[in-house]
Design a protein around this ligand. Structure first.
Ligand code: DGL
Length: 270
């Protein structure tokens, strides 16, 4: 493909399910001229309770699929997959790969009382990558880390999940309230969709930090540096949605609900 062809190629964005749509939205706003392919690995969600090998295998399969179908860059819109697989994906594939990780550094800087909370999946918060991320800040702030099993499952389900999610949020946020954190990091892209509900349970001046917008800016920086930005007009932006779900109608409903618009969802059997 010539460089003009490469610029017009889409960017592949993937997550275990619907969480990465928060990153997709940020990319669409930051780079409205880019064509996007969103891949939800729904049949294998949640990643957060899986082993290293399982997450690495799925991340590799999904990324290879996106690269083979012509994507010029890949965004891992999943903290869990980034923690498990970003290094290996960068070693094995010859496209720019942008990951996402919990915003510990900005949170510690922003915190006034130096008490910072972090919510993430079980895999993310126990990963070596996360431990390395937190280590340099342990002397500067008290960091309260909470795994939130169950939240992703409910966000992936259709229908009214309000009560179940409320009960989980009450449980997972109790340690944050007790520790009087003034800054809370959302370390899973799914949780961005719960931002208002999390804020409502905490002090109104508590700062919630997530990283989709930072990922979109980093993607723009990398594409600019590599001369890979699309020159199409924003009006032409296309977004294709893919899922490995075995129940496509339910998956479509859940994704459409979170995006606030009806989408067409295509099945991938990878
Ligand atoms: N949304 C993902 C993350 O940021 C994955 C959650 C999961 O599948 O457990 O970690």
């Amino acid at each position: 493909m010539n460089s003009q062809g490469m610029c017009a190629a889409p960017i592949g964005v993937f997550d275990s399910g619907v969480g990465g749509l928060s990153v997709l939205n940020a990319i669409s706003a930051e780079l409205p001229q880019e064509h996007l392919v969103y891949f939800a690995d729904t049949a294998y969600a949640p990643y957060g309770d899986r082993s290293d090998t399982e997450i690495i295998n799925r991340s590799l399969k999904v990324t290879e699929y996106l690269v083979n179908t012509g994507c010029k860059a890949i965004v891992i819109a999943c903290n869990t997959a980034t923690a498990a697989a970003v290094r290996l994906l960068r070693e094995q594939l010859d496209v720019p790969i942008i990951g996402i990780e919990p915003g510990i550094k900005p949170a510690v800087h922003l915190s006034v009382n130096k008490r910072v909370g972090v919510l993430g999946t079980r895999y993310t918060v126990t990963s070596d990558k996360f431990k390395r991320l937190v280590e340099p800040y342990k002397q500067q702030a008290e960091i309260i880390i909470q795994a939130c099993p169950g939240l992703v499952e409910h966000l992936e389900m259709p229908g009214d999940q309000h009560q179940a999610i409320s009960a989980l949020l009450d449980r997972f946020l109790a340690p944050m309230i007790e520790a009087e954190v003034d800054t809370l990091v959302l370390g899973c892209t799914h949780y961005s969709f719960l931002r208002d509900r999390i804020q409502a349970r905490l002090a109104s001046n508590l700062v919630i930090l997530d990283t989709p917008a930072a990922v979109a800016r980093e993607l723009k920086r990398r594409l600019t540096e590599l001369d890979l930005l699309s020159v199409d007009t924003p009006i032409d932006q296309s977004i294709q949605y893919l899922s490995t779900s075995t129940n496509m109608e339910l998956a479509r409903q859940v994704m459409s609900g979170l995006l606030g618009k009806n989408i067409k969802l295509n099945q991938v059997t990878e």
